[in-house]
Ligand binder design. Sequence first.
Ligand code: BTN
Length: 243
Amino acid sequence: MPKLFHYDNIDSTNQECLRLLAAGHPAPFAVVADRQFMGRGRHGRQWQSDSGNLFYSIALPVEKPLRECGQISFITALCVRQSILASANSPIAMEFKWPNDLLCGGKKVGGILIEHAAQKGNRQLLIAGIGVNLMLSPLQTAFPASSIYQESGQSIDRNELADQIGQRILNALDDWQKSGFAAYRQEWLKSAWRLGQKITISDQKAADGTALCGIFLDLTPDGALLLQDDEGQTRTILSGMVA
Ligand code: BTN
């Protein structure tokens, strides 16, 4: 289990990990807060962070070249889903939206923000920030949002979930460094939202200037999204917002 720092209210658990690393705390360690007043999401968005949901970040020492580190976001998403299931009383159906959103009932209930804190050769310090809507669903989101409670009627114990996530991520990190990404990729694909169906990458443009649309074909071995666009070309998407 990673050492866990707990705060009632903090700007951002990711930011606190950065501060603790700068102050010399050795990774791995984790930070959890009851609420955040400057919670951040992907693409520079704000993450609404009122009491009742999970705000958790874990600082990880990773023995991998930087180009492979995006894989940790899929591994984190898998660990978060396993941890929710292990903390729940009965099964809850959840899917993954590329690259690392967690959906329940087709709505977003969890997000992951990976930040790179430092590099020394092939050794990275990464922060995996995890937000799970346990009770509350944020308003006015880009993609429809909900909470685990609203979708399943189950109240997940936040402390138990934080412990589960910490343990599972450390185990998976060890396994990934030894055995690679292939098994995680397979597992993720089994629950990939809209695999084989039409999607839109809202922040990438097609040749005519409109949002890029096409069929979600597959993941590359590294976790990029393969899209067959409306002109029939296969494109490799490295980042973007899928809807
Ligand atoms: C997303 O945009 O989907 C990613 C959201 C990540 C939110 C979590 S909450 C805990 C951690 N601290 C932050 O400021 N952000 C992440």
